[in-house]
Write a protein that binds this ligand. Structure first.
Ligand SMILES: *Cc1c(COP(=O)(O)O)cnc(C)c1O
Length: 373
């Protein structure tokens, strides 16, 4: 155990991937972008593959290169490039690229040598983020088909992304899906027959069976966090990440003493406080100042005052048992008084995704379960 660390339970990730695969019943893409949402790219990738992930998905080409460099030979989808990106090596490595535009297809064509590229097409179905707008579909599909005929690539998939999948009653879900169906029809009319058709993220995989098509892209739920925390769905997910630290110091303060920068909290009565050696440099949200809780000795303890770069102060009350060196759990799976990543998200005005992804800085990572432990 180090002074402050992220503990990742690979058995929980294997469990979640298995649950999601069983639920979805279609090709499973496990999203491992952003260092596997803060859980560590390579151990998570190996665990997910072993648990049944048919594909891994990353945002950048570099993330996919790291998977290949580590020996992953399975299908990998990537989805965000910029003009001037290097494509020749990832084409040779058989990594699926995603093209949003004719310009991107032209760049990919220029990089093809002996091995044809594998390219998926992304259409914008309403989110106004990446992907080709409806007005540009015809040109994109025509260019895609021409490149296929010329032997530059195989068009292996067509896909889009939902903006409101965590709100199943939002009208955008039906509207986006209808646009996606139009895009598939237009691609087919242009002579394309992409094998994979996918729209669903974690929330849609769980809440919207009709959005599963023949593949799903599950990120957050693979890590055991709920993509739609306000909706009861009963999926058996196990949070994989715990952030813990050793308590650096315990001290008594008097009624009227103030805590941390700005003196934003003043003790109404005498109390003990503890110094936790983790701060916003390690991913503790500063907006959680005075609102986050941590667990010490199996009980919730409020964070007092402002979250600093390197430390936070917690209120231990009259507890005589707590000592410097004791275990502090910042967040983790529910139980034993622990706050969850969801509790931290609510206390700091964000979503559970951001809480786990931002955990880092000087925290070390340790794996339990799986074959890495
Ligand atoms: C991040 C991402 C996902 C995964 O979303 P979750 O909500 O974490 O399941 C799927 N598709 C795309 C395009 C993404 O960027």
């Amino acid at each position: 155990m180090s002074r402050a660390e992220i503990v990742v339970d690979l058995d929980a990730i294997a469990h979640n991937v298995g649950v999601l695969k069983e639920l979805a019943g279609v090709t499973m893409m496990t999203v491992v972008k952003a260092d596997a949402y803060g859980h560590g790219l390579l151990p998570v990738a190996r665990t997910a593959r072993a648990a049944g992930a048919d594909w891994l998905a990353t945002t950048t080409l570099d993330e996919a290169r790291a998977l290949r460099a580590a020996g992953d030979t399975g299908p990998i989808l990537t989805w965000l490039t910029v003009p001037g990106e290097r494509y020749d090596d990832v084409i040779r490595e058989g990594i699926d690229l995603t093209a949003y535009s004719v310009a991107e297809l032209d760049e990919i064509a220029a990089a093809v040598t002996d091995v044809p590229a594998r390219v998926q097409l992304k259409v914008d179905t309403g989110m106004s983020r990446g992907g080709a707008s409806r007005a540009d579909w015809e040109a994109l599909f025509a260019r895609a088909r021409a490149g296929e005929v010329a032997g530059d690539w195989a068009i292996t998939g067509i896909w889009s992304h939902l903006a409101c999948a965590d709100e199943p009653d939002h009208p955008a879900n039906d509207a986006q899906q209808a646009v996606f169906d139009d895009a598939i029809a237009a691609a087919e009319a242009a002579g394309l027959d992409p094998e994979l058709r996918h729209l669903a993220n974690s929330a849609a995989t769980i809440l919207r069976p009709q959005a599963r098509y023949n593949a799903v892209r599950t990120g957050i739920a693979s890590y055991g966090l709920d993509p739609a925390p306000s909706i009861e769905h009963g999926t058996d997910l196990r949070p994989a990440m715990t952030v813990r630290a050793d308590l650096a110091m315990v001290k008594q303060i008097a009624a009227g003493d103030s805590v941390s920068y700005g003196y934003t909290w003043t003790a109404p009565s005498a109390t003990k406080v503890g110094v936790v050696p983790v701060g916003y440099a390690d991913g503790v949200p500063r907006t959680g100042s005075g609102r986050l809780e941590v667990a010490v000795g199996g009980r919730r303890r409020p964070v007092r005052g402002i979250v600093c770069m390197d430390q936070v102060v917690v209120d231990l009350g009259e507890d005589a048992e707590v000592r410097a060196g004791d275990d502090v759990v910042l967040f983790g799976p529910p139980g034993e008084g622990r706050p969850t990543a969801q509790d931290w998200a609510e206390a700091s005005g964000t979503i559970n995704y951001e809480i786990v992804t931002r955990a880092g800085g000087r925290l070390t990572r340790r794996y339990i379960g799986g074959s890495e432990a």
